[in-house]
Design a protein around this ligand. Structure first.
Ligand SMILES: *Cc1c(COP(=O)(O)O)cnc(C)c1O
Length: 394
């Protein structure tokens, strides 16, 4: 399709990176399940390895993976994308490319667990220094910058506190200090937020979540704004080997086509459920960028097209009451992850964030009573009735 980047969001979601297969007319992008690609002759092989267009070996590029990379890069407004085996392979691709001996990273204190944990537990072996601060106040990021800061790494909305970070303000701070701004856009998805348009240099996704949307694939993506940044990332990624499989890429391609439809429905359910729970006598607080009670409600309206479908809430009665809720709900599965077509519920203090020392966890806003719900696309009345029933058990 011509001028794809000028088309509407739904059109880009469905068509970007896709084309009818010239050989067969197949409308769905074929799965090029081949590890290697034959050259026409020695000169052609030499040209391909010298940088001419053409496929060589699937770790170094594959048409199905490329279709997905072009799709997400177009949705994010970047110059290109790099598909990764998982969201964490995407995170590590960025870390490995820009961090090393004597460099420093400023990260948001409330990141997806392993994104913070590996910086604290693995990267110091390679001489990497770090500061984790509450980036939802951009002044903290400015104060943490050092001469050797190479990356500012944010996640907004943050997991699982749903705190928002001002992307534009952090981009300015990072650039003033000669660093790149990286935004993990998993929670919002490109349907609701585009960090590159707000000044970020790199955006990354766990496509396991909203982009794939069907709770059946683990995958990641990195999109860069600038071709030079993309080239640096590509060199590291292709040689470190955390690349995608063509079948995995095809499944995500199938999933992303319904991103807008799923997101609209899940967000509608989340808005209703969050408003309902906020008034429920057994609920002490609800944190959701779609509620005016969210401390950064206005920032959310400014930098997001919608508040998304994930929120957290506190149940009166602390950890035991929280457990009663998650142990007795019937519709949401008690499972980590989010962004699937079905609702999922989890308790970070005992599950995803259990590895973080208590004091650090509380400082990051992850209290014992915090229950996180990723609202799916089910019939709203069933979700409300399910939550009402379990809250009555407390
Ligand atoms: C799940 C997740 C990741 C890691 O992705 P995987 O696909 O599980 O490796 C990174 N960031 C966020 C915000 C996530 O939710």
């Amino acid at each position: 399709m011509k001028n794809i980047s000028e088309r509407g969001l739904m059109t880009r979601i469905i068509h970007a990176g896709q084309h009818v297969d010239p050989a067969t007319g197949a409308v769905s992008t074929p799965i090029y399940q081949s590890s290697t690609f034959a050259f026409k002759n020695a000169d052609h092989g030499a040209a391909c390895f010298g940088g001419a267009p053409g496929y060589k070996y699937t770790r170094l590029g594959n048409p199905t993976i490329e279709a997905l990379e072009n799709n997400i890069a177009t949705l994010e407004g970047g110059c290109g994308g790099l598909g990764a085996a998982s969201g964490m392979a995407a995170v590590n691709m960025v870390y490995l490319t820009f961090l090393g001996q004597g460099t420093h990273i400023v990260g948001h204190e409330s990141l997806y667990g392993p994104s913070r944990m590996i910086i604290e537990s693995e990267y110091p072996r390679f001489g990497v220094e770090y500061s984790f601060v509450d980036a939802s106040n951009a002044e903290n990021v400015a104060k943490a910058m050092r001469d050797n800061t190479k990356l500012v790494y944010i996640e907004t909305p943050a997991n699982p506190t749903l705190a928002l970070t001002d992307i534009r303000a952090c981009a300015e701070i990072a650039h003033q200090g000669g660093a790149l701004l990286v935004a993990d856009n998993t929670f919002a998805s490109p349907y609701l937020q585009n960090p590159l348009e707000l000044g970020a240099d790199i955006v990354l996704h766990s496509m396991t979540k909203f982009i794939n949307g069907h709770t059946d694939v683990v995958a990641g993506m990195v999109v860069a704004k600038d071709p030079e940044v993309l080239a640096r990332l590509r060199k590291v990624h292709y040689n470190m080997g955390g690349t995608m499989d063509p079948h995995q890429a095809w499944l995500v391609l199938r999933g992303v086509k319904s991103l807008g439809l799923r997101m609209d429905r899940a967000q509608e359910n989340a808005l209703k459920l969050a408003a309902y729970l906020e008034k429920h006598p057994k609920v002490s607080w609800v944190r959701y960028p779609g509620l005016e009670s969210h401390p950064q409600y206005e920032l959310g309206r400014k930098q997001m097209r919608g508040p998304g479908a994930v929120f957290s809430f506190g149940v009166k009665g602390g950890i035991e009451a929280g457990k009663t809720v998650i142990n007795n709900v019937e519709i949401p599965a008690l499972a980590v992850s989010l962004g699937g077509i079905e609702s999922l519920i989890e308790h970070p203090a005992s599950m995803t964030h259990a590895g973080i020392p208590l004091a650090e966890r509380l400082e990051a806003g992850i209290s014992d009573d915090l229950v996180r719900i990723a609202v799916g696309c089910e019939t709203y009345a069933d979700l409300e009735a399910d939550l009402t029933r379990v809250l009555d058990m407390i």
